[in-house]
Design a protein around this ligand. Structure first.
Ligand SMILES: [Zn+2]
Length: 278
């Protein structure tokens, strides 16, 4: 009797979790595709190639954010094992290194350029990153013509949660208008710089006519699915292929939940240590 109750309880939990999370599709977050010592956000070309080959060999299909929107909102069908590849900041090596690899494998990806920093050096922030170029307008147009997608990563890459209403509208709405005008196409998705957002940010994003917005998994409440807080999984240069496989696999949401838990525990431990030192 006890065994039956326990079995039913476990089945209930498993089915509940399945119902909640089975529609989740892994969205991967890349930055530069280049070998840059000391920068974990920059993925060497060989590693990127290895990951694309892994996806091909294991029957994954890359889709766009518009495909995801149509699936979530209009219940349009998706190919088997869907996955989304996104690139933040619009670096030139996304065009020169990643695009040929994607084209060769008939794959899709989304890039998020910063509207005021198109075709310039990456000096919008002061994080001791190696200086490099971003894609210019022609390269972005070619990216689009190759069947890839483009979104907005704001005007200047600020912390949106620190912006007042006026600045928020400029960063979110004006960047969309500039990109649309220069590229001659609709811009439907926003990528929050550093993954940070709040209710005000979401309200301005909705008002600006976006279909959705992307963050990073540890800043997102995972229990409720929200088109304006889509969780992404960072791809680091340090991770082995087996970790990549977990990040795109059927149980990627379990992996994300565990990582989120790990980060929260570390954050708590740091806070405790700080208060002891005081
Ligand atoms: Zn960025």
């Amino acid at each position: 009797m006890l065994f039956t109750i326990l079995f039913l309880a476990i089945m209930g939990i498993v089915l509940g979790l399945y119902g909640k999370f089975h529609k989740r599709i892994p969205i991967l977050m890349y930055h530069r595709i280049a070998t840059v010592p000391g920068e974990r956000n920059s993925l060497p070309a060989e590693k990127f190639k290895e990951q694309l080959d892994y996806l091909k060999e294991h029957g994954y299909n890359t889709i766009t954010l518009n495909d995801l929107y149509n699936y979530y909102v209009k219940e349009a069908p998706l190919p088997s094992r869907p996955v989304i590849l996104t690139f933040d900041d619009g670096y030139e090596d996304n065009f020169s290194t990643a695009l040929p690899m994607l084209r060769e494998r008939n794959m899709k990806a989304t890039v998020f350029p910063i509207a005021n920093w198109v075709g310039r050096e990456n000096k919008w922030e002061n994080f001791n990153q190696k200086v490099t170029q971003t894609m210019d307008w022609d390269k972005l147009r070619e990216w689009k013509a190759a069947g890839m997608e483009i979104g907005s990563h704001t005007l200047n890459h600020p912390f949106l949660t620190q912006c007042d209403e006026n600045r928020l509208e400029q960063e979110i709405m004006t960047s969309k208008m500039i990109l649309q005008e220069k590229l001659g196409d609709k811009i439907d998705f926003l990528c929050y710089p550093y993954g940070f957002f709040d209710d005000k940010t979401i309200a301005v994003t909705k008002k600006s006519g976006y279909k959705g917005a992307l963050a990073i998994f540890d800043n997102v409440p995972l229990w409720h699915q929200d088109m304006f807080a889509l969780p992404r999984i960072p791809i680091s240069s340090k991770q082995p292929l087996w970790e990549f496989a977990l990040k795109v696999g059927r149980f990627h949401i379990v992996f994300i939940l565990l990582r989120k838990l790990e980060r929260n525990v570390k954050r708590l431990a740091r806070r405790r240590k700080k208060s002891v030192n005081w």
